[in-house]
Design a binder for this molecule. Sequence first.
Ligand code: TRP
Length: 336
Amino acid sequence: MCNTNETTPKQRVLSCIQPSGLLTLGNYLGALKNWTQMQSQFDCTFAVADLHAITVRQEPAKLRSQIYSTFALLLALGIDPEQNTVFIQSQVPYHTALSWVLSCYTQFGEMSRMTQFKDKSAKHPDNINVGLFSYPVLMAADILLYQPAFVPVGADQKQHLEIARDIALRFNHLYGDVFTVPEAYIPKTGARIMSLQDPAKKMSKSDDNANSWIAILDSKDDIIRKFKRAVTDSDSCVRMSPDKPGVSNLITIYGAVTGKTADEVEREFEGKGYGDFKLAVGEAVADTLAPIKQRHDEIIKDKKELERLYKAGAEKASRTAAKTYFKVMKKVGFVL
Ligand code: TRP
């Protein structure tokens, strides 16, 4: 037998997702689908980044239900909590504790350059809180506590991952090898899904126009209705092209859920109108998401089992996190 997996430990991957609002088809095809595929190859740690969510004001009851729902969704996607570590960030206090220490090794100047901070403070001028500013330090703690080799992130989080790497390098330079310096993991097949109403913009749950995005937990009827209303153009040719951004986005989506290439999709709809095409995309997406929604709804109903799973996840995560945390404390000079 030459199964190398049994002798070589798998490399660790870590990523987190915020529970703010409903997760979209864009989150699924761009990130979450890859998480599920990575579990065979890597030792995966995935968390619901609920602490990050309160940098924007949240309603307590709604936040709580979104945390449950996001955790249930990770399981519904098929991420195995036995093989991997799946947990809720706020249940592992080492994140906030390490974040304080790391903030003392992070410069005000470098934080001030973060584009997401600039964007978010422009969007919420009445609540430019210190947490919003130091958010990337908490994210660095999320990552560095688990010593991952890779962190799958979208383009909007690359700058934050860079900071985490810089903090790790700086800390290691002062105290020896404490942190693994993680690499960004750019999946081969991560699709970038655009708004159904304005294909120049990324699909986003914070878009005011609810027709522009699909929630992973949307009903079949809603999904089909939104695809029927998707923006296309005035000719009626299903073809991938920079001057046909709406149609190209639909081809990308259809290809991602059916596993077909753009060429195959074009051939399939040759001579057919946009009506047929949009309906086919809607149905293919609905068929992909339906079993996920069904599992999510089952998991969320069983509160006892859900609680058992997130508590076990937090315990497992804590064991790894504690090792790094106490090493850091010792290096800095605290009394253990
Ligand atoms: N900031 C990330 C986002 O909004 C979520 C996040 C928090 C994260 N901690 C992380 C992502 C650690 C990767 C690693 O998408």
